[in-house]
Design a protein around this ligand. Structure first.
Ligand SMILES: Nc1ncnc2c1ncn2[C@@H]1O[C@H](COP(=O)(O)OP(=O)(O)O)[C@@H](O)[C@H]1O
Ligand SMILES: [Mg+2]
Length: 241
């Protein structure tokens, strides 16, 4: 479902954020992308959708090769939930934010309302429908942002730090929601406990390169590996706060 090969990104100021990154993800798999601050997680998610231009390498999602002329096709298949929901929600109501994409595709209002209601129901978030996004709690904002991406019915979901800025209860709620979605997922996070809980596989990024890629349990318990990636062991395995 996802094929990334030789992906290299150099920002205009000369920063080499990714170097020769490659991996593939099968349909329905939920994969965590972990790495210290600055490892290149956000850059990778953005480069996969052409938000950031790759210097070299290739990305293929659902059989579509990323290129300038395929940008809208690839973004129809893969949605990105940004790290900060305030960057994703900009309408006067959650309904309008979730409706934004479908309306943009030219869907009629009746179908838009049906789509919004079904997405909110899938997330148990019907009560958010008529709320003002900027008045929501952090956890509610995150759910609304996820709904706005799901409304486009993508088959692949990319998440950038979906549990950041959340209290433990909201964190658990969001993590649990992710396990209920059937999508192929790549979840950038430094919440290693969540990665361990909900992902079968972990890709470890270090300074823009894939340091290792394999089963979540095995890698996240490997204190040497976590140490060389600049990460702590998950708390549940005795990591420090
Ligand atoms: N717009 C940018 N211009 C230049 N360098 C950037 C830009 N965005 C990120 N970087 C750099 O690229 C590297 C990877 O950053 P990022 O992808 O945000 O990492 P992460 O999400 O893992 O914290 C870092 O060294 C960061 O400083
Ligand atoms: Mg980031």
């Amino acid at each position: 479902m996802i094929e990334v090969s030789g992906l290299t990104v150099t920002y205009p100021d000369g920063t080499r954020a990714l170097e020769d990154v490659g991996f593939s993800i099968k349909e329905g798999d939920r994969v965590a992308l972990v790495g210290a601050n600055g490892a290149g997680k956000s850059t990778l998610l953005m480069a996969m959708l052409g938000v950031v231009a790759a210097t070299s390498g290739s990305v293929n999602i659902a059989g579509i090769e990323l290129s300038k002329k395929n940008l809208s096709a690839i973004r129809a298949h893969a949605g990105l939930v940004l790290q900060n929901p305030d960057d994703q929600l900009f309408c006067a109501s959650v309904f309008d934010d979730v409706a934004f994409g479908p309306r943009n595709m030219g869907m009629d209002e009746k179908s838009v309302a049906k789509r919004v209601d079904s997405v909110l129901a899938d997330l148990d978030a019907e009560k958010l429908r008529d709320r003002m996004p900027h008045r929501l709690s952090g956890g509610e904002k995150r759910v609304a942002a996820i709904a706005s991406v799901l409304a486009m019915r993508p088959s692949v979901m990319l998440f950038d730090e979906p549990t950041s800025f959340l209290d433990p209860k909201a964190r658990r709620h969001v993590a649990q929601l992710l396990t209920r979605l059937p999508h192929t997922m790549l979840i950038a996070t430094h919440d290693l406990d969540m990665a361990l809980d909900i992902c079968q596989r972990v890709i470890v990024l270090q300074s823009g390169k894939v340091l290792s890629d394999g089963p979540a349990g095995k890698q996240l318990c490997d204190s040497e590996l976590m140490d060389s990636a600049g990460l702590e062991l998950p708390l549940c395995l005795g990591g420090k706060i």
